[in-house]
Write a protein that binds this ligand. Structure first.
Ligand code: CP
Length: 330
């Protein structure tokens, strides 16, 4: 007999399933999928870190070939809060001994795990691997391509703050290193699905074909981009990926595009400040704004990350419709 909190979760889910078995791109999601994920995530958020038995007897491997704090910790905690067993492999795995990604992932799949969370530096890895394993593959970012669970946690943060079902009539200004950012591609896709107007403020030297491909409006002037916007979403300058080669210096970048109190005050009076983390204080965002300012929703994003990932793990590990994923061994 399910306890009262589990009954609450089961009632919230109401027999619903999402339309996908793996999550590698926001393009896969219908508006109905997003609504199901968010309804369940909100309920998990209410129950905080309560230990559910919803995914008991299920296991997860976190396969992280690149560094992470938030994504890895929250996927691991999410699984454990659902009573899953978890194990992590990454930079010390046998990939270092020339084992291919495919052989690695099929090896881990042979442990009959339910979910494989994959972060890699190459675009498309999660999607390709998902076709050849029984487990559901969740993309924890792939190269400069997508970071779908980051966008989902960003979306719920915006919707819950505005108290709306979509972002129609809202303006989201994305500031910073769109060239090297992992969250950018997914964030733009999700904001478009939810109906937001998107502005991009970045140095011309960092702007990419994304701007034309997604029909975005590019601003070289940060003040103009922020004026009256509802969300200021800042991205980290990815120095380790060579971003410094695209700007004269980090100090100059900060002067031109860093978010200060004065700049944030140009946004709409109830605007919020968001950042996927990690924040480089005093480069992307002025230190005083980063965590404690009432307009900063950066830690709310982190909290929502746990709830959204829990929602996805439950939806993918347990289906009411009895449908099964198809895949081919290679
Ligand atoms: N936002 C994000 O993906 O952070 P981590 O790299 O710490 O996981």
């Amino acid at each position: 007999m399910a306890d009262i909190r589990e009954q609450d979760m089961i009632a919230t889910r109401d027999g619903r399933d999402v339309s996908f078995f793996d999550l590698y791109s926001i393009d896969q999601l219908s508006l109905e999928d997003i609504e199901i994920i968010y309804d369940i995530a909100r309920k998990f958020r209410e129950h905080k870190t309560y230990k559910f038995s919803l995914n008991k007897w299920c296991s997860q491997v976190n396969v992280f070939f690149e560094n992470s704090t938030r994504t890895q910790a929250s996927f691991d905690l999410a699984a454990k809060n659902l009573s899953m067993d978890t194990v992590s492999v990454g930079s010390s795995s046998s990939v270092k001994k020339w084992e291919s990604y495919l052989d690695t992932i099929q090896t881990l799949d042979s442990y009959n795990v339910k979910t494989l969370v994959v972060r890699s530096s190459e675009a498309g890895v999660a999607e390709v691997l998902s076709r050849h394993v029984q487990a559901s593959v969740l993309n924890a970012w792939d190269g400069w391509h997508e970071h779908p669970t980051q966008a989902l946690l960003d979306g719920i943060t915006m919707l819950d703050y505005f108290g709306t079902k979509d972002l129609k009539g809202k303006t989201v200004t994305i500031v910073g290193d769109i060239r090297h950012s992992r969250p950018f591609g997914s964030l733009v896709r999700l904001c478009k699905k939810l109906g937001a107007e998107i502005r991009v403020a970045t140095p011309q030297t960092i702007a990419t074909s994304h701007v034309e491909n997604f029909w975005l409006t590019l601003y070289g002037d940060i003040e103009e981009a922020i004026k009256d916007t509802d969300v200021v979403y800042t991205l980290r300058v990815q120095e380790e990926r060579g971003a410094k080669g695209f700007v004269p210096s980090l100090r100059e970048y900060s002067k031109m595009f860093g978010i200060s109190r004065k700049r944030l005050d140009l946004a709409a009076p109830d605007a919020i400040l968001m950042h996927p983390g990690p924040v480089i204080r005093d480069i992307d965002v002025h230190s005083a704004l980063s965590a404690v300012d009432s307009q900063s929703h950066i830690l709310q994003q982190v909290e929502n990350g746990l709830a959204v990932r829990k929602s996805l793990l439950w939806l993918l590990a347990f289906r009411y419709d009895g449908k099964q994923k198809t895949f081919t061994r290679k």
